[in-house]
Design a protein around this ligand. Structure first.
Ligand code: FAD
Ligand code: NAP
Length: 461
């Protein structure tokens, strides 16, 4: 093949950007030309629409991804959705290889009675709201004084921290204006976080757990009874430093006297959700108390516990979404694959189609882990290079002509730079008693597109 290999990567979260970067830098004796597609007008996936606004240290990763994209050898095409704007045959027509890096953007199900009641929410929806996702409502019903959060992962920590933190302490972050205003109205006094297993089995990470202890005017309440460790827990604590650290953090909080703070964060363990009850909307949540049985399995003890709450947030994991014309594992929420080579219904590799990141592996792990996924996937793509089905129209302009023909208002890297600069300037011009804001996110999709495509927009006053 004397022309460059044309590769489409679908999904501009960290996995997609890393895959593009690794392919660009890989040792090879042929040229590559990469287009990175994204359904949102802006890049970065869950870094923009998942990572909590009060976690600015993640900015370091964004800076690294920015540098990759800013080199100019990867073309970003935003506001283009696979399965809606372009089909698999479109991609097949214009590219020799396609990599799906579409992540996981929705909540895993929790099948308990009452889960659909008004006042019962998925953490992913709440996260999308507080991170200013363009496709979710600007309003969020923050009417509950007492709230339950189910799950003992980092998303549960993010959600309970954002729910309990005083919004003034987040004003300097990039929280959207509407989120700040609504959080200010929240009457919350108590947030209860429930894990179905014990303190030695939490899926938190130590830094994120410790952070809870620094939230101003929020007392952490823990029940000493939850720290009666079984043999397996003792083994886990002594063999894993991370677990040991987290158990120590929790035990230190046990010793602290409450400060009479205006809000409280209760951490409960050994609580398996059983039912959300209420006459209409959520009025409470019922749990089976659990313990490890003689065979080392988690089992109900027979004790049933009720907590009166007016809202429930389930943070029991994210889940991938099926993609048109691509096989999907509905149990695991991933595209079936072998090391990133996408498989068909007969479990055979589909020539020229690959997957990376959370849609390849499932929704666990940090941003950095998606680099490893990309390395493996790109390795197989390079191995398959001579058998990839060649594109019919490999010219770089052809796909742009098609997008324009279909009236798709795609955004570009230059467009993102404009939007990025605009958001920073909104932050810089914000004036509230000396609080500095680095960025104010533009939330409505149309406004994001308009600014990115450089049509006349009035900056907000
Ligand atoms: C709430 C939350 C907070 C987190 N906070 C942290 C943190 O602080 N630190 C950390 O290290 N990790 C954090 N993580 C984990 C981290 O976000 C993931 O490891 C990482 O984002 C996974 O990368 P990905 O590229 O596979 O998926 P994503 O980041 O989800 O990117 C997938 C991209 O594909 C796009 N896409 C989906 N479908 C289509 C389609 N049909 N057409 C076009 N584009 C499509 C999506 O819009 C998205 O931009 C967090 C995760 C969550 C859920
Ligand atoms: N700041 C950060 O670094 C940050 C922030 C957010 C997310 N992340 C990362 O993103 C990934 C996803 O995080 P996550 O919190 O969504 O997932 P997670 O780490 O897998 O945690 C999910 C939690 O939900 C519980 N759960 C699952 N099903 C349940 C059920 N039916 N009933 C009760 N509890 C149930 C799990 O309990 P069991 O353990 O018993 O299954 C676990 O405690 C993780 O790797 C996380 O570290 C990182």
């Amino acid at each position: 093949m004397s022309r460059p290999l044309r590769v489409a990567i679908i999904g501009a979260g960290p996995a997609g950007v890393y895959a593009a970067d690794i392919l660009t830098k890989a040792e090879r004796d042929f040229e590559v030309s990469i287009d990175l597609f994204e359904q949102h007008p802006a890049p970065y996936g869950l870094i923009r629409y998942g990572v909590a606004p009060d976690h600015p240290r993640i900015k370091g990763i964004v800076n690294a991804l920015h540098k990759v994209m800013d080199r100019g050898d990867i073309r970003f095409l935003g506001n283009v959705t696979y399965g809606k704007d372009l089909t698999l045959s479109d991609f097949r027509h214009f590219y020799d290889a396609i990599i799906f890096s579409t992540g996981a953007v929705r909540d895993a199900d929790l099948n308990i009675p009452g889960i659909d009641k008004p006042g019962s929410f998925g953490a992913a929806d709440f996260v999308s709201w507080y991170d200013g996702h363009p496709d979710v409502s600007r309003e969020w019903p923050l009417e509950a004084k007492e709230i339950a959060v189910i799950g003992n992962g980092n998303v549960a920590l993010d959600v309970s921290r954002v729910l309990s933190k005083h919004p003034e302490d987040m004003l300097s972050t990039e929280i959207p204006d509407n989120v700040y205003s609504e959080l200010k109205r929240s009457p919350v006094t108590d947030v209860h976080v429930f894990g179905r297993r014990g303190p030695a089995q939490v899926k938190f990470t130590p830094l994120e757990l410790r952070e809870l202890g620094h939230v101003k005017d929020v007392d952490i309440i823990i029940d000493p009874e939850d720290f009666d460790f079984d043999e397996e827990s003792m083994k886990q604590i002594s063999s894993n430093n991370q677990t040991k650290n987290m158990v120590k953090t929790l035990q230190n909080w046990l010793l602290e006297e409450p400060t009479d703070a205006s809000r409280r964060l209760h951490l409960h363990f050994w609580h398996q959700p059983k039912e959300i009850y209420g006459d209409g909307a959520v009025e409470g949540i019922r749990f089976d108390r659990t313990a490890v049985d003689d065979e080392g399995r988690l089992a109900p003890t027979g004790e049933v516990l009720d907590y009166p709450v007016q809202a429930v947030y389930r943070a029991v994991g994210y889940f991938g979404s099926a993609l048109e014309e691509i096989e999907f594992d509905h149990k695991r929420g991933v595209i079936p694959n072998e090391g990133g080579r996408v498989l068909n219904v007969h479990e055979e590799p589909v020539p020229g189609v690959f997957a990376t990141g959370w849609i390849k592996r499932g929704p666990t792990g940090l941003i950095g882990h998606t680099k490893g996924d990309a390395l493996e996937t790109i390795g197989f793509l390079l191995e398959d290079r001579l058998t990839l089905p060649p594109a019919a129209e490999p010219g770089e302009d052809s796909i742009i002509e098609l997008l324009e023909e279909r009236g798709i208002e795609y955004t570009t890297w230059e467009g993102w730079l404009k939007l990025d600069a605009h958001e920073m300037s909104l932050g810089a011009s914000y004036d509230s008693n000396g609080v500095e804001r680095e960025r104010i996110k533009v939330v409505p999709r149309e406004e994001m597109v308009t600014i990115s495509r450089d049509f006349a927009t009035k900056p907000r006053s």
